[in-house]
Design a protein around this ligand. Sequence first.
Ligand SMILES: [Zn+2]
Length: 130
Amino acid sequence: MEDETPTPNITLTTMKAPTQCTLWSRKNLTPLDLNLELVKVYTRTSHIERDLLKCRECGQLYFHDWYEHVNFNHDAAMYDTYIPVETEAEIETLSNIEKSADLADYVPQLHGSFTNDRNDDLKWVTEKYA
Ligand SMILES: [Zn+2]
């Protein structure tokens, strides 16, 4: 048999960059810097939060996903993702994605990871991360 290396499934979906939003150009963002208001809640559990947020300054909509990966040997890791959205179709697509990790296919996105003793800044991701 031929040795066939599987092709990695790279299907990036590019969203419109929110260049008008102050969040787009700010450096060293933390979750506390985000001046966003809640528009709609999709999921609220102790380990997953999903909602639609709106920038109080420019009205840009962000699909937001927060989840906690519980690991009993280490500190819990928390992942925070904000994906700029424009249309109802985009919002519906994202809200129907089951696994939070699959949201990594949508760029650009504002992403950060956190543990109890370590906080990374939120950073704009423009390519798929591993
Ligand atoms: Zn804004």
